[in-house]
Design a protein around this ligand. Sequence first.
Ligand code: A2P
Length: 279
Amino acid sequence: MSDKTHVTLNDSNSIPRLGLGVWKASDGNEVEAAVLAAIQAGYRLIDTAMVYQNERGVGNAIRKSGVDRSELFITTKLWNSDHGTDNVRPALEASLDRLGLDYIDLYLIHWPTPGRGLYIETWKELIKLQSEGLIKSIGVSNFQIEHLEELKKNTSAMPAVNQVELHPYFQQRELREYCKQNDIAVESWSPLGGSKASVLEDTVLTEIAKTHGKTQAQVVLRWHIQNDLIVIPKSTNAERIKQNFDVFDFDLTSQDMVQINKLNTDQRSGPNPDTMNLH
Ligand code: A2P
């Protein structure tokens, strides 16, 4: 079940549809200013990770914002070197400490790192920590169908969320269908195509943007929303942060959607989760 502004997860928790991603925002002033600008613009979902090394700045901004903790939805992620039963709790506690929080709304396994073979035991530990209340919702990131199938076969719960690279040039249709069948919400990282890709310069998007009086970024974010995805555009620019949240007052037509669907190239811009074993 979902409305436009929120998605109900398979554990009944509600996650905002659109949030701020802070990958590459440096700790301290940059991330703090971005998170504060986002919260002022109406964002309630902030997505960080241990490996981004900016959890302290995110925590400072949360406290400075004056918005009640219960109204915010904070995601962070377990880094690859912290896989393994005994490593998960200390990693979570260290993230909580850096953020200055006593619970995380959504904790994700950042990558499956299949070469190490530890993600199943890591997932079992997340299930345990969720039952203790340190985490409200648990999920994964960059999991392929085969990794999700392993969780299904070997553990007692499926992730609430799978956060993966997803944008008009890399649409992940098969994985999205699998997640739909298994009641896993899909969250798009690099939803605008990231800093390298030229998605926003695509002439198809430029034309659609003109007809709606919106920017290409707003059209792409709308495409995610109308595909029932959760979306976390990254920006450290206050104007663009505001612009990216201003996407709930128009609809793409079914013809717009079809045209954007045709842009898929099946080319990732980020690492392939099957071979990404960095830790
Ligand atoms: P900046 O932080 O300077 O705004 P993604 O979320 O797909 O990874 O994309 C992030 C990249 O897109 C960043 O380089 C970000 O730069 C840029 N970006 C974010 N929002 C917009 C926007 N509305 N228009 C153009 N570029 C944007």
